[in-house]
Write a protein that binds this ligand. Structure first.
Ligand code: MV4
Length: 459
């Protein structure tokens, strides 16, 4: 007999910035006590101020603090926490951290270490999903471990080809070859880069899709075997693999496509006995979907899915980790309206250089359909040690057009002084013809920098 689940009394949040605050707010609403761990650079952060307890776990660099597993375990132990929420980035997809958390007697708010490991290896992830009937990009079945094999496989796949690192993600260790003369160099470079970045030089090969869209499906699964799809997001507007602007639902797909692909994915996830929130990243080209990667954590852009489903994804994530069933079934999930997220980064909007420093004045936008998830405040100093995300402007509208108008209006209201931010870049995006029409691929931003930098009107 399964035990009756018991909600956590205290959760340790092993992260920082806006996501730490997002999880903290959820815990407070659920009546769960919070422990926020922080580096010496984050002692005066908003999540630290709002938490029931906080523990300094190390120095400014991520390695000393947010990646310091032992220090985080000690903090969980001395505060008698029940569970650890890893947030996004840092240790959230590290199977050793998941194992360590469980071995110390805490619940990990996320999937099993086996699932995290399976999806962390892109070759095993792809083979698994293919075995479950998910379409994948044509390519090598296995690791390519010789130059002769690289040449042979490339010829059989057909050019252009893309070589990817098995431990990759984020685009590191990816090399394109447009013809047979480029294969060997691409292969050598991909292996060297993979080795340098991940300490693992295993690579594989795929047909290179020239201008796909990045569409990701949000799923959530409980320990009783229920799997529910929460629709999808288009995250094609990105720069150097950093997402900048995301939309839900994806403007380029039909209800029929959503149901077909979404159904396939939900059934695959159920067969895998996956538990927790997850995102299945797909590429869409010429009306065909292909599996790319699965992220086994909460994502920054989860909020736009919350806006169009009315579901608190973090709350459900915590509930399923504690062993409760999902509080809704697939038939209860109805996508309504449209949502857009603008990532507000502490970056120069023309050079994209980081712009840390003190915020001298802060006035967040408000009004109908506007949600801002941000840890910043007037007088806050953005440290230089971490990624540059300082907030998310998350907007809802009954239609995509109303949503866009609200994004434009909210950006006019939003004031952050003392540091440079990407707010002006988003203003230009909202006025670009291809953004207004919703016709863009993963290369749109790189190909339209003159529009985004305000040097050219987007019409
Ligand atoms: C691809 C691709 C085209 N063809 N695979 C980027 C990072 C990693 N997650 C996989 N990525 C890609 N894989 C094939 N066979 C293009 C990309 C890609 C990309 C994907 C999604 C969002 C932005 C991107 C930017 C550049 C390349």
């Amino acid at each position: 007999m399964p035990e009756t689940p018991k909600m956590f009394s205290k959760i340790l949040i092993a992260n920082r910035g806006e996501v730490s605050l997002r999880v903290l707010r959820c815990c407070q609403e659920m009546g769960i006590k919070t422990v926020v761990v922080h580096s010496t650079a984050d002692s005066d952060s908003m999540p630290v101020r709002l938490a029931d307890e906080s523990v300094c776990i190390g120095g400014e660099t991520p390695k000393e603090s947010y990646l310091n597993m032992r220090s985080i375990m000690s903090a969980a132990e001395v505060t008698s926490s029940d569970a650890v929420h890893p947030g996004v980035g840092f240790l959230s997809e590290n199977p050793d951290f998941v194992k360590m958390t469980i071995d110390h007697g805490f619940e990990f708010i996320g999937p099993s270490p086996e699932h995290v490991q399976l999806m962390g290896n892109k070759i095993t992830a792809k083979a698994t999903m293919q075995g479950l009937g998910i379409p994948t990009i044509p390519g090598s079945k296995e690791i390519i471990d010789s130059e002769a094999d690289a040449v042979k496989q490339a010829a059989s796949i057909g050019f252009p080809i893309l070589i990817k690192a098995s431990s990759g993600g984020g685009g590191k260790g990816m090399k394109i070859a447009y013809n047979e003369n480029e294969v060997l160099q691409a292969y050598r470079l991909a292996r060297a880069e993979a080795k340098a970045n991940f300490g693992n030089d295993q690579v594989y090969m795929e047909k290179y899709l020239k201008a796909p869209r990045h569409i990701e499906f949000q799923i959530i699964a409980d320990k009783l075997g229920h799997v529910v799809l929460l629709g999808e997001r288009d995250c094609s507007i990105q720069r150097n693999h950093q997402k900048i602007w995301e939309e839900a639902p994806a403007p380029a797909i039909t209800e029929k496509q959503r149901e077909k692909v979404g159904g396939l994915l939900a059934r695959a996830i159920k067969k895998l006995k996956y538990v927790g929130v997850g995102t299945i990243e797909m590429l869409l080209e010429d009306d065909k979907f292909y599996f790319m990667e699965m992220n086994t954590r909460l994502q920054v852009e989860h909020a736009i899915t919350e806006m169009v489903t009315g579901i608190d994804i973090v709350k459900e994530q915590i509930r399923v980790a504690a062993g409760f069933p999902l509080s809704f079934a697939q038939k209860d999930v109805v996508l309504k309206g449209h949502s857009i997220e603008c990532r507000i980064n502490a970056e120069d909007p023309k050079t994209f250089f980081p712009s840390p420093g003190t915020i001298t004045y802060y006035h967040p936008a408000g009004g109908p359909g506007v949600r801002i998830d941000s840890h910043i405040y007037s007088g806050y100093t953005v440290p230089s040690y971490y990624d540059s995300l300082i907030g998310k402007l998350v907007v809802y509208g009954d239609t995509r057009s109303e949503c866009l108008s609200r994004v434009r209006r909210a950006l006019q209201e939003y004031v952050v002084e003392g540091i440079a931010t990407t707010i002006p870049l988003h203003v230009n995006l909202t006025n670009a013809a291809d953004i207004i029409s919703g016709k863009y691929s993963i290369h749109w931003l790189a190909n339209n920098l003159d529009v985004v930098l305000g040097n050219k009107k987007g019409e």
